[in-house]
Write a protein that binds this ligand. Structure first.
Ligand code: BDR
Ligand code: CA
Length: 352
C-alpha cells in the first residue's frame, strides 16, 4: 500500500477507534434516545412486584395507551409475597379502569436464595397510604412464566418490550426453560442495581437484584438489549411537597391516590437517607419508555455478584471500560427530575 493511502487508512482507523471509544465511555443520550424514540410505540409487558412505587408506575403506564400497548402485567414475589403483589397489580388495574389488561401471577419465590420482602418500606400490604381491598377482576388463568414463553415465542422478531420493576425471577425462569424467546424481545427496561449511589438493602446492593441475584445474572447474560435505571438515577429524581401537591390537585381520584401513596411512601427513605424528598424508582422505567430524552446513560459491562458475602447482589459496573468486556447494559446515571414529575402528573391527569 502506498505510504499516503496507508497513512489515510491509519488515520481513519484511529478516528473510528476514537469515535467508538467516545461512544462507549461518554455519558450521553444513546441510540435508544434518537429523536424519534420519544414517539416510539411499545408492545409492552410489565413484570412487577407491587409495591407502592410499582403501583404508581402501573398507573403511569396504563394512562399512556397511545404509546404503551400493554399486553399483560406479570407478577412476582418481591416487596411482599406473591398473593399480595398480584392483588396490588389487580388493584392498580381497577383504579386505572383497564379491565382489558390481564394479570398473570408468576414466581412465588426467588430461584435459589431465601425469600426477602420489603414491608418496612412498602407496608405489610405492599401499598402505603391507601386502603387495600380485594379487586373485582380475578387473575388470568395460567402462570406468568408460561405466559411469557408462549407470548414471546409467538411474537414477531424483536417486537416486545419488557418493563421489569421487581426481582427478575419470572424472566430468568422463562429464559432457562425456553432460551429461544430472546428472539421476540426488542428490549428490557428494568429498575435495578446501584453503583455510584451505593445500595439500599446492603451497603452495595439494590433490593431488586439482591432479592434474586441469580435471576439477574441470567437476565444480564441474555444478550437482549437492556436499559437499567439504578439507584444512581432514581435517587436524583425526588418528590417535593409541591410535586405531590400538583398530583393531589389534579382533581381526579388517581391524582389523590398517587399523592396519598407518595406522602406515606417517601417518609422511610427521607428519614433513612436524609434526603429532601423520596425516589419513585419504578416509575422512572415508564418515563424512560415514554420520553427517553429525559435520561442520560452509558453503554457498559454490568455483572452481578451472586457469591455469598458482603458483595451479594451487587451490580459491578465497569463505568470506565477497564475490563474490556462487551457492554451489555445502557446504564442510566442522570435524569431530568422536573421533566419526570411533569410527565407523570400530565399522564395521571388522564385517569379517572
Ligand atoms: C426497588 O425495590 C423495591 O422496593 C421497589 O419497588 C423498587 O422496584 C428499589 O430498590
Ligand atoms: Ca418494584
Amino acid at each position: 500500500m502506498p505510504l499516503s493511502s496507508r497513512w489515510k487508512a491509519d488515520l481513519s482507523s484511529f478516528l473510528l477507534a476514537g469515535f467508538a471509544l467516545l461512544m462507549t465511555t461518554s455519558i450521553a443520550p444513546t441510540a435508544a434516545h434518537a429523536a424519534d424514540a420519544n414517539t416510539t410505540v411499545h408492545t409492552l409487558i410489565i413484570d412487577t412486584d407491587p409495591g407502592a412505587d410499582d403501583v404508581i408506575a402501573l398507573l403511569f403506564a396504563m394512562a399512556s395507551p397511545e404509546r404503551l400497548k400493554i399486553q399483560a402485567l406479570t407478577t412476582v414475589a418481591g416487596n411482599v409475597p406473591l398473593a399480595k403483589t398480584s392483588r396490588n397489580a389487580r388493584l392498580a388495574r381497577e383504579w386505572a379502569k383497564r379491565p382489558d389488561i390481564p394479570v398473570y401471577a408468576g414466581a412465588p419465590r426467588p430461584l435459589l436464595r431465601t425469600p426477602i420482602y420489603a414491608a418496612d418500606v412498602h407496608g405489610s400490604e405492599g401499598i402505603t397510604g391507601v386502603k387495600v381491598f380485594e379487586p373485582k377482576q380475578p387473575l388470568a388463568d395460567g402462570n406468568a412464566v408460561d405466559y411469557l414463553i408462549r407470548t414471546l415465542r409467538a411474537a414477531p422478531e424483536k417486537s416486545v418490550t419488557l418493563a421489569m420493576l421487581g426481582p427478575e425471577t419470572n424472566l430468568a425462569l422463562a429464559l432457562t426453560q425456553a432460551p429461544d424467546i430472546v428472539r421476540g424481545l426488542r428490549e428490557l427496561v428494568l429498575m435495578g442495581g446501584a453503583h455510584f449511589n451505593g445500595g439500599n438493602i446492603t451497603p452495595t446492593a439494590e433490593f431488586n437484584v439482591f432479592a434474586d441475584p441469580h435471576a439477574a445474572e441470567i437476565v444480564l447474560k441474555s444478550g437482549v438489549p437492556i436499559t437499567m435505571l439504578p439507584l444512581d438515577v432514581t435517587h436524583k429524581i425526588l418528590t417535593s411537597p409541591e410535586r405531590i401537591a400538583k398530583l393531589r390537585g389534579l382533581g381526579n381520584q388517581a391524582g389523590k391516590t398517587v399523592a396519598d401513596i407518595l406522602d406515606a411512601y417517601v417518609q422511610h427513605d427521607m428519614q433513612y437517607y436524609g434526603l429532601p424528598g423520596g425516589p419513585v424508582h419504578d416509575a422512572t422505567v415508564i418515563a424512560y419508555l415514554l420520553q427517553p430524552s429525559l435520561f442520560k446513560g452509558r453503554q457498559v459491562n454490568v455483572e452481578v455478584d451472586s457469591r455469598e458475602g458482603i458483595g451479594f447482589g451487587q451490580t459491578a459496573v465497569d463505568w470506565y471500560g477497564g475490563l474490556k468486556r462487551p457492554a451489555n447494559v445502557n446504564w442510566i446515571a442522570e435524569g431530568d427530575a422536573q421533566g419526570f414529575f411533569d410527565l407523570l402528573t400530565q399522564r395521571i391527569s388522564r385517569l379517572p
